[in-house]
Structure formats: C-alpha cells, structure tokens
Design a protein around this ligand. Structure first.
Ligand SMILES: Nc1ncnc2c1ncn2[C@@H]1O[C@H](COP(=O)(O)OP(=O)(O)OP(=O)(O)O)[C@@H](O)[C@H]1O
Length: 314
C-alpha cells in the first residue's frame, strides 16, 4: 500500500434496491486531513454511500476504501479506522452522557487509563464535560448532536463520516459544529460530511461532490464548481443622467452580453476576470460616462446548486 493513498475512495460504486439506483457509478477520492462535502437533495444516495463506507451495507458493484482497506474484503479494519455519525439519534436507556460514551469506548476495546483519558478528551472537545452527569434523554437537539459526534470519535478514528450533522441545529450550534469539524481536520482527521444544501458546507469544505439520483453531477472546490456553472459575472453600473448612450456603448461590445436597463442602473453579464472588469470601468470613464456606481458578483451558491441539480427525486 502506498503511503499517500486517499483516506476515502469510492471506486465505480453502485448500490441498487430493486429498480432504484440509489448509488449509480460514483467515484471520487478524499485525501488525508481534508473536509469533503457530500451534497444532494433527498434521495440522492448520500446515506446509502455513507453506510457502505461504514461497512453497514454492501455495494451491488464497485468498491469503497477507507485508509486503503476495502469495505468488501476488510470490513473489520475499515470499522477500526472510521467513525460514523448517522442522521438519526435513536432512543436509549436511562444513562448519562459519560456512561453513554464509556459504553462505546469499551465496545471499541479501550481499557483503563487510555479509556479514561480518551473520554475526558472527547467530552472536552465536544463541550459535553459540563453535562457529563446529565441523562441523555434530557439533552437538547444540539447537545445530542455533540454526543453523537463524541460517540463517532471515541476510538480516535482517522476518518469521520457525518450524515447531515447540522440537521435541526440553530445558527450558533451550526457555527460551533463547523469549527469542531475544521479543528478535527487540522489535527489530521479526514471528514466526509453530508448536507442538502451547498451553502451550509461551502465555508467548511475543501472540496465537495454534488449528487443527484445516485449520480455524481459535480466534483471540485466550491469555487471551481461555481466557475464551471457560471464563467460570467453579473455587473451593475449606475450612471448620472440619461443611461441610453451607455446602453448603446455596451451593446456593441463583444465582452458584454444580456444588457438590461433597470430603474436607475444598467445590468449585464461580463465575460472575463476581475482585471478585465477594472479595464472596462476605466474605458467607460475615458469615454466620458459619469459612472457613480459599479459592482459585480457571482451567482449565489444557492443558484449554482439549483443549476447543477434538477430537483429530481427517486
Ligand atoms: N434499504 C432500502 N431499501 C429500498 N430503497 C432504499 C433503501 N435505502 C435507500 N433506498 C432508496 O435509495 C435512494 C437513495 O436514498 P438515500 O437515503 O441514500 O438518499 P439521501 O441522499 O441520503 O437522501 P436524504 O437526504 O433524504 O437522506 C432513495 O430513493 C431511497 O428511497
């Protein structure tokens, strides 16, 4: 096995349930220490492929690897290296936070001082140390999510698979979760995290995959995907006086398209980098237009996500 193999790899992964192609020929690699976003609408196949990685489900065809070990041929080694946080939190007996985590630490074979230290570390990392004696059925949704993360990381796995961990969290809890995930990656943990929406993951992920109806639609950094979807930027120009002559000036240019007159400004799509936008503004001023406003922006991530996916469910 080579030293710098990907920590997660899906290789032509397929999983069918009858006629439903839950995962349909998906391949990608995730390098060590990165946060990888797995994004798609309901029924896209995110949970199914995560369950395959967690060796809870077998592929129909293809294979998946964790730290170089196949989920088909080496599920025990995969389980030791991987922590899985499912998208639901089941009901549990009347135990408190520490007892709950201790149970999972024991089930991973941690003993004595090592188990004690690991529990202290996990409770401190997740902020649960102050709640360690609280019965888990009395925890808030956000605290239960932290406990679920604590459970997934109790055996210090190299890879964490988090299925919609931000589901149902309030804005502050989302930010805290994002910080925890980034910190885990900074310490070398590889994290695969799923969500329905790109905006939620955009800031914390190094790379993302967009999935729909079992198929991979886009793969790359958020900026790469955004650029693929919209190489043009939308520019808005305000000008003093009658805008008609600027409108005509813009319409004949080849680097400008879709010129529209708004109430007090002109909008158009501009092909090119930021430098050519600056050059365009300079030319406008040199041509004598009294420009009082000039702004540009990419399409929002929501728009990009909607453009990539088609809203198809299965
Ligand atoms: N055990 C199963 N038996 C039959 N069909 C299944 C099973 N598990 C998943 N599916 C189907 O496979 C498809 C993909 O489901 P999956 O749960 O992987 O999607 P998802 O992207 O996680 O969706 P969500 O965001 O709604 O959780 C869906 O059509 C689902 O109904």
């Amino acid at each position: 096995m080579v030293a710098n193999h990907p920590m997660i790899e899906l290789r032509r992964l397929h999983r069918f349930f009858g006629k439903t192609k839950a995962v349909n020929d998906v391949s990608f690699e995730v390098p060590r220490g990165t946060v990888f976003g797995y994004i798609g609408p309901n029924g896209a196949g995110k949970t199914t492929s995560m369950r395959i990685l967690a060796s809870l489900e077998l592929p129909t065809y293809g294979d998946a690897f964790v730290d170089g070990f196949s989920v088909i041929n080496d599920p025990d080694r995969v389980r030791r290296r991987l922590g899985f946080m499912p998208d639901y939190f089941g009901t549990y007996a009347d135990v408190n936070v520490e007892e709950y985590l201790d149970f999972f630490a024991r089930s991973y074979g941690l003993i004595g001082r090592e188990r004690h230290q690991r529990l202290q570390y996990v409770m401190h990392f997740t902020g649960l140390d102050v709640l360690k004696e609280k019965p888990i059925r009395g925890l808030s949704k956000g605290m239960k999510q932290r406990l679920c993360l604590g459970r997934a990381m109790v055996h210090d796995p190299a890879v964490l698979i988090l299925d919609e961990p931000a589901n149902g969290l309030d804005p502050r809890a989302r930010i805290e979760l994002r910080e925890m995930i980034r910190e885990l990656a900074a310490r070398g943990t590889t994290v695969l995290v799923s969500s329905h929406i790109l905006t939620e993951l955009a800031e914390m992920c190094d790379r993302v995959a967009i999935l729909e109806r079992g198929q991979l639609l886009a793969l790359g950094t958020v900026a790469e995907i955004q650029k693929q979807q919209q190489p043009q930027r939308e520019v808005n120009v305000g000008v003093l006086g009658d805008p008609t002559s600027l409108l005509q000036w813009l319409t004949v240019r080849t680097d400008v398209a879709d010129v529209r007159l708004n109430a007090h400004s002109i909008r158009f799509a501009h092909q090119g980098e930021r430098e050519s936008e600056a050059a365009l503004l300079r030319e406008m001023l040199q041509a004598g237009f009294a420009v009082c406003e000039f702004g540009s922006h990419n399409r929002s991530l929501e728009d990009v996500f909607l453009a990539v996916t088609k809203g198809l469910v299965q």
